[in-house]
Design a protein around this ligand. Structure first.
Ligand SMILES: Cc1cc2nc3c(=O)[nH]c(=O)nc-3n(C[C@H](O)[C@H](O)[C@H](O)COP(=O)(O)O)c2cc1C
Length: 292
């Protein structure tokens, strides 16, 4: 099991020591053209999570390849590039450009971009087109805000995805206490942090049963125990997001906690726990899984 950062939650060039404490670094989503992102305010704290509306601010693929990627590769850890776009051909164009760069270990397709509907047909179309364009391993990062994420996962796998990253943020709103107007510039933003964990766990759990490709689990991970939960639900690897904003030492701390938790469970490797939550199905009769 590897520990990665979640896309957009770590600036590896500003904090290289934090990046080196990970097993791989995932870039912020890169788009074809530079994007300034949304108007401020872009980040708001809420009771049990964080709202962001960064709006895919990034320098664009050309500047990223010229200025950032060479420096990122000097970190000495595998580099994953998160790719975004507004159309299928935008995703494909970036994949083609990345083809020529040996520094890229994996491409993570951010399939929760504005204009990109996270439905099966769109996900299948984008993954298939990118699969044709590149031999680099492809992970499909999915939104949990769909009626049946397992169906979307199957579509991504059939289209050639080598893995899934689960999950991206869900839409949330926070109002100013006094003015009762939205705190964030664009009003609605992506909700992340502890409140996302049960939602993310359910996504990993459902997709683990639906596909054979490995899953990077993320959403509210803060402790070693959280990592165990994701692995038991079926994650092969995990990613740390919001926690890195408050605790840059989280990768080291979580590894320590994980070692203690695994020993307490009488195991030697966290991988021994992979998919363990599914064993209840062998003990109990099948129950209706949809909410009451
Ligand atoms: C400030 C911020 C920026 C983010 N930017 C991106 C991004 O560029 N691309 C992406 O795929 N996900 C992005 N995410 C989503 C995270 O990668 C992750 O999927 C989500 O936050 C859930 O994990 P967490 O609860 O541990 O933060 C961002 C999240 C935050 C909080």
């Amino acid at each position: 099991m590897r520990i990665l950062n979640a896309s957009g939650c770590l600036d590896a060039l500003a904090a290289p020591d934090v990046a080196r404490s990970l097993d791989a670094f995932v870039s912020k989503t890169v788009t074809p053209l530079p994007r300034e992102g949304n108007a401020p305010v872009r980040i708001a704290e809420t009771d049990s999570g964080m709202l962001n509306s960064i709006g895919l601010a990034n320098p664009g693929i050309d500047a990223f390849l010229a200025e950032k990627l060479p420096r990122l590769s000097e970190l000495g850890i595998p580099i994953w590039i998160s790719v975004g776009g507004f159309t299928t051909s935008e995703y494909v164009g970036i994949c083609e450009q990345l083809n020529e760069r040996d520094e890229v270990a994996t491409i993570e397709l951010n399939l929760s971009c504005p204009n990109v509907e996270a439905v099966e047909a769109t996900v299948a179309e984008i993954v298939l087109a990118c699969r044709t364009a590149t031999g680099v391993p492809l992970y499909a990062k999915l939104s949990p805000a769909v009626p049946d994420i397992a169906e979307v996962a199957r579509a991504a796998e059939s289209a050639g995805a080598d893995g899934l990253s689960l999950v991206n943020t869900i839409r949330g709103l926070s109002l100013d206490e006094r003015t009762l107007t939205p705190v964030l510039g664009p009003a609605v933003g992506g909700y992340s942090g502890p409140a996302l964990k049960p939602i993310a766990l359910a996504a990993v759990y459902s997709c683990y049963r639906a596909v054979d490709v490995p899953i990077v689990g993320m959403g509210g991970i803060q402790t070693g125990r959280d990592v165990i939960d994701f692995v038991a639900a079926g994650a092969a690897d995990v990613a740390l997001g919001t926690v890195l904003f408050t605790d840059p030492d989280a990768p080291r701390r979580i590894r320590e906690q994980l070692a203690a938790e695994i020993a307490a469970l009488g195991r030697s490797e966290v991988d021994e726990l992979r998919g363990m939550s599914h064993e209840h199905r062998n003990r109990q009769p099948e129950v209706e899984s949809s909410p009451a």
